[in-house]
Design a protein around this ligand. Structure first.
Ligand code: SF4
Length: 389
């Protein structure tokens, strides 16, 4: 039997043709796409230290590199003039170093400024620089706040938002999140001291990249922005909120609530059909149980969520979680029929919340005239570019 198997094998082997080389004339040369090197701005100081130590570099080199990136704001490896030339060449081989192209800037100094960036792959994203805003968090402030995107497009389709109108394209990489801050500071000449992840995309749907970016933004060797000046907004991804509860960094969390009952919230936030209010509020309970603070964002839309009943229920949810409520009058989005309630109605809603003892503010809205609501500028530019192509 053993002999027969050997014989069969020999015969089979004889019948088998030797493989042709891929580069023979009868076959096209097959080239596989290569994975680009990681971005230098996605790496922590520890990771850079390990990388450079493995190449025999002295321990201080990694800090020199992060100083060039985040203190001196170098725009290339070549600009890192106190690094030896062979090391700069090696860094250029091991890492990418790209900057987003500034496509448009709307607004002027002392007003809300909106930035449209083109990424290396051609995708467009938006960021906003908001100057001092005493009403933003209900306290006196001279902060310059950057509103930053975390995804290209968005899959969540909140009904007041233009970012979801064109669907979801991809997650942003950590360096693409950080680059928005570097580019805004470079363009405006202003130092950002407050960040809200409320731009395009659902931040918690890109949690790993977001947290990596935040660690670099927060680090003493990075952008050095305190965790309490970093706010992550979410449409209500309950499982990720529970995960965030275990994060040691004390950033703030903003829940886009926009409805105090399932019936009302589901009209505005499709995510509510997946994670309803009870599920969301339970996840928030877990979050605040870890001594973390959260706030509710509530866009006031005339005839949709601005009734007295909604105000009473919203106050109850806020008190349960010791959450501040930030009321935002609806910002008109082209193609959507909703409108903002009268000033009188906005004030009545606020008064009801306060009568219950909830901490609440009514935001003096900024940027209405420059399409500052999430995703509008990108959508306008993208459509204009498609039409002219
Ligand atoms: S509000 Fe945020 S989560 Fe909702 S569609 Fe817009 S970008 Fe997406």
């Amino acid at each position: 039997m053993a002999f027969r198997r050997r014989e069969l094998f020999k015969r089979g082997a004889r019948r088998k043709r030797a493989p042709r080389p891929l580069c023979s004339q009868n076959f096209p040369v097959v080239s596989f796409p290569t994975v680009p090197p990681p971005s230098i701005k996605s790496r922590s100081l520890d990771e850079l230290s390990q990388h450079l130590a493995a190449q025999g570099q002295p321990a201080y080199r990694a800090k020199q590199v992060t100083d060039w990136l985040y203190r001196k704001r170098a725009d290339s490896f070549a600009a890192m003039s106190d690094l030896p030339a062979p090391l700069r060449a090696q860094l250029a081989a091991d890492f990418t170093f790209v900057r987003p192209e500034v496509v448009r800037v709307l607004g002027s100094k002392d007003t809300t400024r909106k930035f449209l960036f083109r990424l290396a792959d051609g995708n467009l994203i938006e960021s906003v620089l908001i100057p001092a805003s005493p009403a933003l968090y209900g306290e006196t402030s001279d902060r310059r706040t950057a509103c930053v995107s975390t995804q290209v497009g968005c899959a969540y389709g909140c009904k007041f938002c233009a970012s979801g109108l064109d669907g979801f394209t991809r997650n942003l990489e950590p360096d693409e999140i950080i680059d928005q801050l570097l580019a805004i500071e470079g363009e405006s000449g202003e130092r950002i001291d407050n960040i809200v992840f409320m731009g395009m995309g659902e931040p918690l749907a890109n949690l790993a990249n977001l947290l990596r970016a935040i660690r670099i933004i927060n680090a003493p060797w990075g952008l050095e922005i305190g965790a309490r000046h970093i706010t992550i907004s979410t449409s209500g991804l309950a499982p990720q909120i529970r995960k965030l509860a275990t994060e040691p960094t004390q950033f703030r969390l903003a829940i886009s609530l926009h409805g105090a009952t399932d019936e009302v919230r589901s009209q505005i936030m499709p995510i509510n059909r997946k994670y309803n209010l009870a599920t969301l509020l339970e996840a928030c309970d877990t979050y605040v149980a870890q001594k973390k603070r959260l706030m509710f964002e509530y866009i006031l839309i005339a005839g949709v969520n601005d009734s007295g009943e909604q105000a009473h229920l919203l106050a109850r949810h806020a008190l349960r979680l010791s959450a501040k409520v930030n009321l935002i009058p609806y910002n008109t989005v082209a193609g959507l029929e909703w409108s903002r309630p009268s000033r009188n109605r906005q004030e009545t809603f606020l008064r009801i919340l306060r009568e219950h003892g909830a901490v609440a503010t009514l935001r003096r809205e900024k940027g209405h005239d420059i399409a500052a609501a999430c995703g509008q500028l990108r959508l306008q530019t993208k459509r204009a570019e498609t039409q002219s192509a």
